[in-house]
Design a protein around this ligand. Structure first.
Ligand SMILES: *Cc1c(COP(=O)(O)O)cnc(C)c1O
Length: 388
């Protein structure tokens, strides 16, 4: 039986998949089982931040897997300590809880916000405002937090205590920020929701009201964080630091890892027994994460992300089929005039280019290490299809 048939017989059909069996990767390219190569403009799904099987990253990971692959969080490990220190220093946070995915990082943020408020004010201040078109994950709490009706189906009852407010609507938000609210949770750039960037004025208003009322700001930077936008955190573009920031996707270069970062105000909210994860902070993932941080912190790395971003954006805007280009840095949404994003993704695949979609946009999340030549090669394919 071939791979696809075997897969479909035994793996649950919870994804719409392309009929393509991935086999291996190197640099910014991966190959399918027939040896056909693809330039990957999606970094997997924003995960392979350094591309495929980066040499230094792979060495670090292999070294760790041969030293200590896992242990219990009832003990300490040097690699987790090292990663936590570097991550907190790089991001500007006090402490971190490690988990395994974006949804888990957001679960941790939600629990922490509610406990912060409960510890200080008692019951009844548990509501969390999230934005319409947000995406926060697939667990029950994070689905409930996700401000999209299409996700609020089948699995009733959802969690109470999430209130949705439209992005960039200051008045609507102000009306909802009453004394039942413990946190506002935002993506500075909504990823799955269509690469929509929040206005500076809207973000400023959130922060100013929240600081007056001791409401926490949670920034879900699962997609926008770890250098994706040309800063370590997208919040830096706004000059803002959330009380809690969540990271995952690209943080460990393609290994499962999520992180919930705490500022001074909330760093002691979680106490022994209140939260945990068997695999959270797994040594192998931490070793991968350290390799990613080392690269991101190397001289000029983030600057070259921004330079490439400007380059790619200018070329995209030159296409008559492109209506607009949204997002920031190498988190890119392309609105098309006449064509459908899903059709473009399918055609690109045939021609050896992987792109993502988000709502009605073509979405690009290229590896942060992509070269100009590789960008040119992929863009040529993409523009060719757009102008067919
Ligand atoms: C992908 C994503 C998530 C969910 O992450 P998982 O690792 O799939 O649980 C949450 N928030 C944002 C902004 C994301 O892009």
């Amino acid at each position: 039986m071939n791979t696809i048939d075997k897969f479909n017989e035994h793996v649950v059909h919870s994804y719409g998949r392309y009929p393509l069996v991935m086999d291996n990767g190197s640099g910014r390219r991966c190959s399918d089982e027939n040896g056909k190569e693809y330039i990957d403009f999606g970094s997997g799904i924003g995960t392979n931040s350094l591309g495929y099987c980066d040499e230094k990253w792979a060495d670090a990971v292999c070294r760790q897997v041969r030293t200590l692959q896992h242990n219990s969080n009832y003990y300490y490990t040097a690699v987790q300590a090292e990663f936590a220190e570097k991550l907190c220093n790089t991001a500007g946070y006090e402490s971190v809880f490690f988990c395994n995915s974006g949804a888990e990082a957001n679960e941790c943020a939600i629990k922490t916000a509610r406990k912060y408020s409960f510890d200080k004010y008692g019951k009844g201040r548990h509501n969390i405002i999230t934005l319409v078109n947000s995406f926060h994950g697939r667990t029950m709490a994070t689905l409930s937090a996700t401000g999209q009706d299409v996700f609020h189906n089948y699995f009733f009852p959802f969690l109470e205590g999430f209130i949705y407010s439209p992005a960039n609507d200051i008045k609507a938000l102000e009306e909802k920020l009453d004394d039942t609210v413990c946190a506002v949770m935002i993506e500075y750039i909504q990823g799955e929701g269509g690469v929509n960037t929040l206005d500076k004025e809207f973000v400023d208003t959130i922060y100013s009201i929240c600081s007056q009322k001791d409401i926490l700001v949670i920034a879900d930077e699962v997609q926008s964080g770890v250098g994706r936008t040309g800063k370590f955190l997208a919040g830096e573009w706004y000059g803002k630091k959330a009380d809690i920031t969540t990271l995952a996707k690209g943080i460990a270069g393609g290994l499962p890892m999520g992180a919930c970062l705490f500022s001074e105000k909330v760093k002691d909210v979680l106490t022994p027994g209140t939260h945990g994860s068997t695999f959270g902070g797994n040594p192998v993932s931490c070793a991968g994460g350290l390799a990613v941080l080392e690269r991101l912190n190397s001289d000029g790395f983030l600057e070259q992300v921004s330079e490439k971003a400007e380059y790619i954006r200018n070329i995209l805007m030159s296409s008559p089929e492109v209506a607009s280009v949204s997002g920031k840095g190498l988190m890119i949404g392309i609105s098309l005039k006449t064509k459908k994003a899903a059709d473009i993704a399918g055609k690109a695949l045939e021609k050896g280019l992987l792109v993502l979609t988000a709502k009605d946009k073509v979405r690009l999340l290229p590896p942060l290490t992509i070269s100009k030549d590789e960008l040119d090669e992929g863009l040529k394919i993409l523009l060719g299809i757009l102008e067919e």
